[in-house]
Design a protein around this ligand. Sequence first.
Ligand code: PLP
Length: 410
Amino acid sequence: MNIQRREFLQIVGGAVLAGSAGLQPASAKSSAIGWPSFGFPDDKVPMNAANICPMPVIVSEAYARYARELDDDLSPGNRQRIEALRESARSRIAGLLGTSSDELALVRNTSEANNVIVQGLPLSQEDEVLLWDQNHPSNSVAWDVRASRSGCKVRRFSIPTETGSVDEVISRVVDEIGNNTRVISFTHISNISGFRLPLAELCAAIRRRKENVHIHVDGAQTWGAVDVKLGVLECDSFTGSAHKWFTGPREVGLLYVRKQHIRQIWPSVVSVPWGSDVEPSAVGARKFDALGQRDDAALAALDDAASLHESMTPAGVEQRSMAIANRLRDGLQDLGVPFVSSTNAAFTSSVIILSTRPAMGDELVDRVFKDSGIITAMVGGFRMSPHFYNTEDHVDRVVAAVGRNRNMLA
Ligand SMILES: Cc1ncc(COP(=O)(O)O)c(C=O)c1O
């Protein structure tokens, strides 16, 4: 079922409502973009999108409704009606990401999607995999496990936070490419530093240096936050989780594989609806989501989440998320607190991390929550990751709480 615009858009002359309190987000002056309502109360405000986002009310209600409708009626017709929304979701997401439905698999999360690439790319013992040392375990340790199983080689590159320019970042990666490098795999936006790699320029430069290297991008901190168009990026595969910045249902993930690579990558799981031959009858990247019985309500609700993103537009979401993150960064810089994240605008993102005193991080998260009602996290340091549903007031409250507890920072 499509979300009808009038059901969720609360356009007030271009101003918007977000959060249960209906607070005005910072970019309320932006053009007529509609923002959905969320159910979180004002004393439990999520600012941890890098880990998990709440679903907008309209999406969580749709999810509950689909689940109820299935429980009440498991007849084939009703199941097919709800299952059909999976293809609608795939098609909307393809449109949002500038690719085709046949290049998208709807898997369970980024971890699973990364592991399809890690475990499924054919590699010989001599082949080398080059990794950013800030990759998530599912795109780092998973490669080490693969190497110990099949003998390929793993090497890592580093990018210091103080790196000054896009050209410097590109050289640091491209200069590492050797004769045996077959795969380069990195996170677009690091979950442990917030550092945003210059994705388009980096992919293009890698491709110029070596035509036949597989470029895998972990987009867990990208999908639903940044307006990426996969069709024009020089990457070969890309992953994400709907339960992060996409504000979609939990345990739904995304795997994009460029058309020409789909055939050669082995799936991790083969089940219904793969078909009955070695060659899949599932079309294109759907071969990677032949995982047997799924949570059909979650996949159907993904369609509602995607419909919402169509209305907000990827560019509108990115603009709003970055505006609120920039306000937070500015407030923290005014406090003079120590950053783990880069403050160089070429590399900033909506993931902002501060350096804490040893063993003080968890207590700081707790104190800030009690002080301000804002939910943060301890990952790579004291991490705040605001998104489009956060308001100026949320930002100002968390900055004030950090200021009051600055003795816990490094
Ligand atoms: C960069 C990155 N990749 C992968 C993951 C794994 O995501 P999930 O737990 O949804 O599989 C995360 C989770 O935080 C992440 O930050």
